[in-house]
Design a protein around this ligand. Structure first.
Ligand code: FMN
Length: 216
């Protein structure tokens, strides 16, 4: 064995069954198990996920973001520009679907639920951990606005770099987190002959999670 085949086998996930007894009763813990597996398999950016929003006319739109936190207490967090298209659409229709796909592990994770802004304290705390260049990038980008040319963007970057020279860079007011509190999580495990395994966690009215198997 060599190359990708060896890599997949080392990850131990070829057509691996997903049995009900393997599932954690807590979907956040199940998410952690799969994220850890993807990290151990050295997949690039295992926390990358598609986030869906819907425009005024009902047109859905998706883009990738990085999941920066997940826990039952605080939900699933990602960070972005509050003036971006996704932010405007999510604030107008505060529900979303998140999707993670690990092709080499034959796994897919889908989450759906309401979205809200993270607290200012959460956004500032996370922003402070970012590399300086990313902090400058956040200040320089008017994300989703029309950009006439690359030079304009680079000039804005140089301008903010000069402004903050020798200083700490604060979290911009127009930048911060969104928290998704999934009310469903779906874990999909690819199997041979398209006889995949698929389980959905849904919250019952008392707040407990129920797990249901679906046809793939
Ligand atoms: C792997 C990957 C990760 C990304 N992570 C983020 C992120 O965490 N936050 C963000 O605002 N954009 C991120 N982007 C860029 C977005 O996909 C998108 O282009 C940008 O946020 C503008 O989207 P919008 O105009 O729909 O708001 C990422 C892109 C890729 C490919």
């Amino acid at each position: 064995m060599f190359g990708i085949t060896a890599w997949i086998h080392a990850a131990g996930c070829v057509s691996r069954p997903l049995n009900p007894e393997d599932l954690s009763p807590d979907p956040y813990e199940q998410l952690t198990l799969w994220l850890d597996k993807a990290r151990r398999a050295r997949l690039p950016e295992p926390n990358a996920m598609a986030v869906c929003s819907v425009g005024e006319d009902g047109t859905p739109s998706q883009r990738m973001v990085l999941m920066k936190h997940h826990s039952p207490e605080n939900g699933v967090l990602f960070y972005t520009n509050y003036a971006s298209r996704k932010a405007k659409e999510l604030e107008a229709h505060p529900k979303t679907s998140l999707l993670i796909h690990y092709h080499l592990l034959q796994r897919q994770i889908r989450m759906t639920g309401p979205v809200e802004r993270a607290t200012r304290a959460e956004s500032e705390a996370y922003f402070a951990t970012r590399p300086r260049s990313s902090q400058l990038g956040a200040w320089a980008s008017r994300q989703s606005d029309i950009l006439p040319d690359r030079a304009t963007f680079e000039a804005r970057f140089e301008k903010v770099k000069k402004e903050f020279e020798g200083k700490d860079i604060p979290c911009p007011e127009f930048w911060g987190g969104y928290r998704v509190r999934p009310d469903t999580f779906e874990f999909w495990q690819g199997r041979a002959y398209r006889l995949h395994d698929r389980f959905v966690y849904a919250r019952d009215p008392a707040g407990a999670w129920t797990i249901t198997r679906l046809y793939p």
